[in-house]
Design a protein around this ligand. Structure first.
Ligand code: MG
Length: 188
């Protein structure tokens, strides 16, 4: 039986892919990286080397035990699906949304996005738009608060066995925001 928080039905945690959960590098097929020991797969005449952040699995397992989880990436959704499969993380991330299928991002009553990008960056602006929130003159004043509520920024992961900031350290920030959003919904 699922132990997910009951009212979490229409609330979701979105996670970014590159530099948040994984570090992926793409090289021409016939390069010295062909013999690199890192997990790899071949994609359109390229060698793709990818590594999971050491804390990624534990983070996703904990999130998935409480919330619906999905991925928002600026990469192609099918490419990232291959990356996650290669790393054994595919089952821990729900649906994957990229620029190719961002029209299908589900509407939520509340969400948190965990991402290595700075909340005020263009990348986050894109993803917020996919989630139905667009920065405009009418909400300029509240936009910073909106970002603070929805975005949990992590330090970028650039490969290797060192994890300067384990994602699991961010779980309290995620829980706090999700709890706040669910409580506000109860009031309405
Ligand atoms: Mg990223």
């Amino acid at each position: 039986m699922s132990n997910k928080i009951v009212s979490a039905g229409n609330h979701r945690v979105f996670v970014d892919c590159d530099r948040t959960l994984v570090n992926t590098e793409i090289y021409p097929l016939l390069s010295r990286h062909f013999l690199d020991k890192r997990p790899k797969f071949f994609f359109r005449w390229n060698t793709v080397l990818t590594e999971a952040r050491p804390s990624a699995k534990a983070f996703l397992q904990e999130l998935g035990s409480k919330y619906e989880v999905a991925m928002l990436t600026l990469g192609h959704s099918k490419f990232q699906a291959k990356v996650l499969k290669e790393l054994g993380l595919a089952d821990l991330v729900g649906d994957i949304y990229g620029p190719d299928n961002c029209d299908n991002v589900p509407k939520t009553n509340g969400f948190v996005l965990v991402d290595d990008m700075e909340p005020h960056s263009l990348a986050i602006a894109y993803k917020m738009r996919w989630l139905g929130h667009q920065k405009g003159l009418e909400n300029l004043q509240v936009w910073p608060d909106k970002l603070a509520l929805h975005i949990v920024q992590c330090r970028p992961f650039t490969g290797g066995t060192e994890d300067s900031e384990p994602l699991t350290d961010l779980l309290p920030s995620v829980h706090e925001r999700m709890t706040q959003m669910m409580a506000e919904e109860q009031k309405d």
